[in-house]
Design a protein around this ligand. Structure first.
Ligand code: PLP
Length: 405
């Protein structure tokens, strides 16, 4: 059997692999703590469940229009008006199987072979692979000052005549940073002027702490949806903790929606209609669930920061959104893959190596789980790495003695 050179060059999703490893360990009865997790623990909103159940009960689940059910589009249009101050038409909206498919579909629809896409490190693991899958070239821009906040000067230096798009994810997975309005405004102005697509991955835009807001990029352009280079991507995965429903969407100009619809029509036909109805139920239901999820996660953020502050040698930038932070573990080990494997083996804690996000020496820790997961998880990491911490610890009902420091 032969496989293509391109397909072989695509890396496995490290987060999905870690989920599977953690589950396999749990199935063997091991007391694993998953700090690699990319989803909150809440139940799906009741309005989503009821809508999906009602649709299922009809027994009439057939293909939907490739660009999405008109009723879901209507809910998305209202969401866009309320959260982006933008009035858009149904022809500006395409519903996809998760924000992930939206981003892939956009890239597939705009890139010619060898076109370059700027990706800001630290970045979500899937961006470079998706660009490569579309025969494009990912150009990684890492802030020269060692921070997690992108800088215009670094981006301008990386832009070439082949630059087609830049992907911006704020609030950011994995750093938790919300990019400054000055930066977003300057980058939008730059992209409009240069004719570069600004792909705004807004999947965490409501998960922001300390009374802050993540202003949408569209607010910084006076062009309308038909002429702006800003493309907005969003979805229900992180907004309502509905990751398994796989519903996301893109808002952009009609021409691009048309092309993306043709692409989608040939690949998946459409996102599953009863899951679209569930997303509609969530968008049209009471929105208190979004705020209560945000408050839970903000509290978890406070807990993890407290735990990490008492950890000798660890430096952490305080996350302002999402459910991730990206502490610097170089005081203990420079190789994040080795460190992550070590922590899984010795302490049964799942972490994601910073290398996967373009930030070697760091580990991405998620605080989307329970407060107990966070406190016990960090206690285990401390025990495994910090010689000043007590020599023994209970992992599940087993007393473990540290014999490697
Ligand atoms: N964008 C970012 C930055 C993410 O972290 C994720 C999921 O972890 C996604 C997109 C994918 O979202 P969806 O579940 O809607 O495909």
């Amino acid at each position: 059997m032969t496989t293509s050179i391109l397909a072989r060059s695509i890396a496995e999703s490290p987060t999905l692999r870690l989920n599977e490893e953690a589950q396999a360990l749990r199935d063997r009865g091991e007391a694993v703590i998953h700090l690699g997790i990319g989803e909150p623990k809440n139940r799906a909103p009741i309005t989503a469940i009821l809508s999906a159940a009602a649709k299922l009960n009809t027994g009439d689940i057939k293909y939907a229009p490739a660009d999405g059910l008109p009723s879901l589009k209507k809910a998305i249009i209202r969401y866009t008006e309320e959260n982006y101050d933008r009035v858009v038409a149904p022809e500006n909206v395409i519903v996809t199987a998760g924000a992930k498919q939206s981003i892939f579909n956009i890239l597939y629809s705009i890139l010619n072979p060898q076109d370059e896409v700027i990706i800001l490190a630290p970045y979500w693991v899937s961006y470079p692979e998706m660009v490569k899958m579309c025969y494009g070239i990912p150009v990684i821009v890492t802030p020269e000052d060692g921070s997690f906040h992108p800088r215009m000067e670094d981006i301008k230096e990386a832009v070439s005549s082949a630059t087609k798009a830049i992907i911006v994810n704020s609030p950011n997975n994995p750093s938790g940073l919300v990019f400054s309005e000055d930066f977003v405004g300057a980058l939008v102005e730059f992209c409009e002027r240069k004719g570069i697509y600004y792909i705004a991955d807004d999947i965490y835009h409501k998960l922001v702490f300390d009374g802050k807001r993540a202003a949408p990029a569209t607010r910084f352009t006076d062009k309308d949806v038909e002429s702006t280079k800003v493309i907005s991507v969003n979805g229900v995965s992180k907004l309502y903790g509905m990751t398994g429903f796989r519903i996301g969407w893109t808002i952009t100009n009609r021409k691009l929606v048309e092309v993306m619809t043709n692409v989608q029509g040939q690949i998946t036909s459409c996102a599953s209609p009863f899951l679209q109805v569930a997303a509609e139920g969530a968008l049209n239901g009471l929105q208190g669930i979004v705020e209560s999820l945000r408050l839970t996660i903000e509290n978890n953020r406070n807990v993890i920061m407290e735990e990490l502050h008492s950890f000798t040698g660890i430096k952490t930038v305080r996350p302002e959104g999402t459910f991730y932070c990206l502490p610097d573990f170089r005081a203990y080990k420079g190789d994040s893959v080795e460190l992550s494997n070590f922590l899984l083996r010795k302490a049964l804690v799942v972490t994601v190596p910073g290398k996967e996000f373009g930030m070697e020496g760091h580990l991405r820790l998620s605080y989307a789980g329970t407060v107990k997961d966070v406190t016990d998880g960090i206690a285990r990491i401390k025990w495994a790495l910090d010689p000043n911490s007590p020599n023994d610890i209970y992992i599940g009902d087993k007393k473990m003695i540290r014999d490697w420091l």
